[in-house]
Ligand binder design. Structure first.
Ligand code: FNR
Length: 482
């Protein structure tokens, strides 16, 4: 992507001459507001919402305001490139599509208004088309709305990683990892910060957990090991719903099981309960009418809620996963330098500094504030000095940029190209985009995802030009006011 800023900017202004405005707003707040107006209330709450009083969501954004970029003049920046190398793979920009579960909620409104082609199962394929056009990797979520194999098919040769929620059932974990390898995923991202679902007040006030309606559990429903558990549950219980056989940790499982049971009609039957049952039947493989008459769809939801996560994991468990894949493992959710060190000590190949977009702990440290200390800890770790060569020096003692031996990625709060610049300056090798592209998807499908991403890349490129930097690998702390 050479000089993408000029290209995107000129195209927008040229279209403006003919009275055409961008399909999705270029400003972050305008984008979110446009999406809010279009999406269903449940969809918006799930995507935009954070934990508790939303203080971490706000803090993630505010933190960017505390780091200021310094303009530099009379530097030859006529030829700029966003290109980088990550885990040995050349990429057009240091940007990935972060894992977002229950993505169908972003297009729920289109279904509600009867829009054809807006079926829930179209969300990930739309993301995949946009990612393929841009050549940027998709991190496929464990909580996707379509099986990973379907997303992989749309991606073709385009890069993809797989994000793993570490289920309490070993066979399911092994199966997910094997399927990810077979689907061409180039890395496994283990998300560590969601073994208990955060206290998400917007969803709680609507009583809405997508998984309790079988939304966002397509990886499980399509998994042979998971299907065995469902089969056993149905056989063992003489029907779904009886017994709590699994190893739920009392977090998401407990809350969700309550919802599922209400939805399944153990309480007084309501319209909502019927809708929930219909949703389960529609999401389950096979014809809806058959699923409605059989216990499997409901048993699958309850099985999922039981096995979703385990809160007993410790660093030593990482060795178990390490033995089960040859792919690089990155751990997502790191906010403390000691956790970064421990992850590397136990076999992780990369770190993702993230607080899950403020969805887990209310009043947590802003993810951006955690970035530099984690980068420094990783660069000091012996593993950062072994293997493939470290990245370009930045002149401030921090190795960043192309080809770092142990990449540090960042997310939570990125809304603009200037934000990406700031994260790279603090030492991130690449960033994951979250809510902004989901809003683009909600507004204009694959075109919306592509436009939002191009806007962010264009602003990154323009920011580089105005800060006197022509390669992303050369962005460093020296570009920020101290
Ligand atoms: C997420 N995130 C997430 N992370 C993950 O590891 N697996 C997942 O399935 C999901 N699902 C998910 C759904 C929705 C609706 C959101 C908004 C987020 C977290 C995501 O990968 C990323 O960490 C945050 O989105 C980053 O924060 P911002 O940039 O969106 O504020």
């Amino acid at each position: 992507m050479r000089n993408i800023g000029r290209t995107v900017q000129s195209s927008i202004y040229r279209n403006g001459v003919f009275g055409r405005r961008p399909a999705v707003p270029t400003g972050a707040d305008a984008l979110a507001e446009a999406a809010r107006r279009r999406m269903t209330r449940t969809g918006w709450s799930y995507v935009a919402g954070g934990a508790g009083a939303q203080r971490t969501v706000d803090a993630n954004r505010e933190a960017f305001g505390r780091y200021r970029i310094v303009p530099r003049q009379m530097v030859d920046v006529g030829e700029r490139s966003l290109a980088t190398t990550l885990l040995g793979r050349d990429l057009p920009a240091p940007v990935l599509f972060g894992p977002v579960g229950a993505l169908e909620l972003a297009v729920q409104h289109q279904r509600a208004h009867g829009g054809r082609g807006a079926a829930p199962r179209n969300a990930e394929p739309a993301l995949a088309r946009a990612a393929r056009d841009l050549g940027l990797p998709v991190v496929i979520s464990s909580q996707a709305s379509v099986p990973m194999e379907d997303t992989a098919a749309v991606l073709g040769d385009s890069p993809r990683w797989f994000q793993l929620y570490w289920s309490s059932d070993d066979a399911v974990v092994e199966s997910f990892v094997a399927r990810a390898e077979a689907s061409g995923c180039e890395a496994i991202v283990v998300t560590l910060d969601t073994h208990v679902l955060g206290w998400r007040t917007l969803d709680l006030d609507l009583g809405y957990l997508p998984f309790a309606r079988a939304e966002g559990i397509a990886q499980y429903l399509s998994d042979p090991e998971f299907q065995k558990l469902v089969e056993a549950r149905v056989r063992g219980a003489g029907g779904a719903g009886a017994g709590d056989g699994g190893a739920g940790d009392g977090g998401a499982g407990a809350a969700g099981t309550g919802s599922a049971r209400a939805g399944a009609g153990e309480n007084r039957p309501t319209l909502a309960a019927v809708r929930s049952l219909l949703s389960m039947a529609r999401h389950h493989p096979g014809p809806t009418w058959r699923n409605l008459r059989q216990p499997y769809a409901r048993a699958a939801v309850e099985t999922f809620l039981d096995i979703f996560s385990r809160s007993t994991l410790t660093w030593t468990d990482l060795a178990w996963l390490r033995q089960r894949t040859t792919l690089p493992i990155l751990v997502k959710g790191i906010q403390h330098p000691d956790d970064a060190h421990a992850a590397l000590d136990h076999g992780a190949n990369g770190i993702i500094v993230s607080n899950h977009g403020g969805r887990q702990i209310d009043n947590a440290v802003a993810s951006l504030d955690a970035l530099a200390p984690v980068v420094d800890a990783v660069r000091e770790h012996p593993r950062a000095h072994s293997g493939t060569g470290a990245g370009a020096g930045t002149g401030n003692g921090t190795a960043v940029g192309a080809g770092s031996a142990v990449p540090v990625l960042f997310d939570s709060g990125i809304r603009t190209g200037a934000d990406v610049f700031t994260a790279l300056a603090l030492g991130a090798d690449a960033v994951l985009l979250g809510r902004p592209w989901v809003y683009g998807l909600a507004l204009a499908g694959a075109d919306g995802v592509r436009s939002v991403t191009e806007h962010i890349l264009a602003e990154l490129d323009i920011t580089m030009a105005l800060a006197g930097v022509s390669e992303t690998g050369r962005i460093g702390r020296h570009n920020l006011a101290s």
